[in-house]
Ligand binder design. Sequence first.
Ligand SMILES: NC(=O)c1ccc[n+]([C@@H]2O[C@H](COP(=O)([O-])OP(=O)(O)OC[C@H]3O[C@@H](n4cnc5c(N)ncnc54)[C@H](O)[C@@H]3O)[C@@H](O)[C@H]2O)c1
Length: 443
Amino acid sequence: MNRRDFLKTSAAATAGSLFLAGSTATAASANSKLNIALIGTWGRALAFTDTISKENVVALCDVDENHLNEAAKRFPKAKTYVDWRKCLEQKDIEAVIIATPDHTHAFIATWAMNRGFHVYCEKPQGNSVEEARLVRATYLKNKNRLATQLGIQRHAFTNFSRVRELIRDGAIGDLRSVHTWGNRQLRRPGYLPAKGQPPKTLHYDLWLGPSPHHPYNPDYFSGRAGANCLQWNMYWDFGTGQVGDMGSHTMDLAWNAIDAGLPTSATAKGDPFNPEVTPVKLHMTFEHPANDWRGPVRVHWHQGGAMPLMSKSYPFVDLNKIGHGAMFKGSEGFLVTNYHNRIIIPVGKRGDLTYYTPRTEETVIPPLGHFMGEWINACKGDLKTSCDFDYGGTMTEQMMLGLVAYRVGQKIKYDGKTGRVTDCPQANELLKRQYRPGWKLNG
Ligand SMILES: NC(=O)c1ccc[n+]([C@@H]2O[C@H](COP(=O)([O-])OP(=O)(O)OC[C@H]3O[C@@H](n4cnc5c(N)ncnc54)[C@H](O)[C@@H]3O)[C@@H](O)[C@H]2O)c1
């Protein structure tokens, strides 16, 4: 049983018997309620209402006063803020949930951990290599006192564990590569043109936050609750397109199964570069070194119409019918999966599965349970979660590095220890984003 399997087992084992981590200055006791600050109160945050209603929501923050007022009706005891920097000064906060747009995630997460708060942060863990690394490094520094979880909640679907078991136990032989993909296509020509003035209830300058200024346009705010991210996440200064959006969920299918760290190279090609809008069609490839149970693997992300090729011997398997999925290729076969279901396709002379022994009922990975509940329990107990900022950080860093390879248009070699590209100075310039004066990432 390796660390990830152990984590899941121990999480299940302790679900009913929480204990206090003595080293955690801010840990709530197992039976007490957690003091939570919710930053970003509408949209995605609405999915958390039931879970966090069982805790103490002590602070609410939103740049849109209408959203803030609605949230205050749900959590009348909470103090309210429009600026997350002010919110994080509130002394009784123990844990922070971040459900704001992507260009603020790394800022809020880092500031919150620097103040000793546990953090649940919506995906992605940052919009650049630098951001993903800083959030991970800040977590690793505080690992013995803080619980973190990246908001990739599909991770709790039992299929993720079944896929991990099959890959880890050799159901397709020795793992060689894994392809992940998503078919969402949102084409935009460029930033929206200036249109009208922001309503008085919207603090537009705070919405822009650290990102370079772009004029107000109501279309950035016209999406339905939980899907408004599709109004802004394709623009470079606000998001990273499908790489950070569905890519975070779908790469997790692979990440959970392959125990990878940082890649040694990245290469990417797709739509012609647009300085305002992220590519729709894109194929990124990463090389990962061998670890203690498998050889080197190639990891791929395909999006917006780019797709992996299925072997011609299996014309009845149409990958295009899977909107978001993954295909693992091994020496003895393929495993094809979406978030919920999987199939094994044995190939070649040994395609009889005799080389593979399925787990028993006792040795399968136990269910993870409620994804945000796992984090809340961890804040009150052993600090262990399935998708902490170490796990989420390496996954996000890989994806952000792929966008750098796309922008320089060549294969780049990467040193994960130093976080530097070793053969392309221009690529190193693109590991960071540009911020407006006055905004500090590590504050
Ligand atoms: N895990 C998932 O399945 C899932 C699903 C949808 C969205 N998301 C993620 O959730 C996040 C929010 O997405 P959304 O569609 O709800 O976006 P949204 O544009 O609706 O924004 C969410 C809320 O944050 C507020 N907000 C914006 N900037 C803020 C700031 N600087 N400080 C405080 N509040 C601010 C908005 O006013 C809004 O109330 C994104 O990172 C997105 O990727 C995750």
